[in-house]
Design a protein around this ligand. Sequence first.
Ligand code: TA6
Length: 326
Amino acid sequence: MVDRANKPGALSVSKVIGRDSGVVEIKDDRVKISLPSGESAEVLLYGATVISWVADGAERLFLSKEAKLDGTKAVRGGVPLVFPVFGKATEGPCAKLPQHGFARISKWDVLGWNVLGDEEREPSVQVDFVLDSHNLTVEWPLKPEANDQPYQPYAFSLMYSVILKRNSLETKLRVSNEEPEESEEPKNDRAFDFNALFHTYLRVADVTKLGVTGLKGVSYKDKVEGGAEATEERDELTVASEVDRVYANVPGTVVVKEGDRTLYTVERQNLEDVVVWNPWTGAAKIGDFSPDDGYMNMLCVEAGAVSSWHKLMPGDSWEGGVTISL
Ligand code: TA6
């Protein structure tokens, strides 16, 4: 079953999408998805940021108590989307874009929703969001200072799908270069490069008790050590101080464990990299991070394509996604 909203983004409706299959409520600035079995997720239209995921009776995402949810700042917590640049670009088409790009600070539209799986026995619900060049408030690419040609922003579109299942949350991003293939301009001119990442703040009881597996033997850039390159030696990454690492080309599944117990399994589709971040006591210096000791209750395990640029030619699309399961 597919139900496409007529006026995306301008809705305030509560919609039951199938008798026992779940509910999608679109109200003002957010979308709430609920399953009959009790799981739920909440997505702000601002940034299409997932700000809550409740599974097996507990909240699974960390959201700072001082996170701004009113569209004035990227949300500190949940799952902010990083696109088209990870961090800051000092040159090139992404120069002058805000840190981590514009996807997390743009207002997205709801495209529609869909019931997946076995509607009777174990339904799951997908909600799709869109963002394209028409609703951008920043320049991408950066306008050249002196150029007599008319400025043309990249013709891109993003479709972001949030899929709530019984024991997992799946998020998928499709990036399309909408420039017609038969464009008269040389094709390369309208190709664009991008990074994408799901900046997921996992909620945990005590970060010091965790181990993250699946990274052994993988090369990483250590941002705490000024970007020094190293290789992970440990079976399990543990956190006892600030951690900010970009693991490149991670081969398999990453698992967050507490002792023998699996807390989260992170499976990636077409996303080669994994970033692990915990600000530790530096959290107190992050204006919208609260409480100061909240770093004990979070670990960012971020699936992405960030260790190199991905090029998208006119007419082409790319898709990447991540499934987090209990
Ligand atoms: O993904 C990790 C990271 O890039 C860290 O370096 C850290 O600064 C974090 O993101 C938060 O960035 P933000 O722009 O949300 O403050």
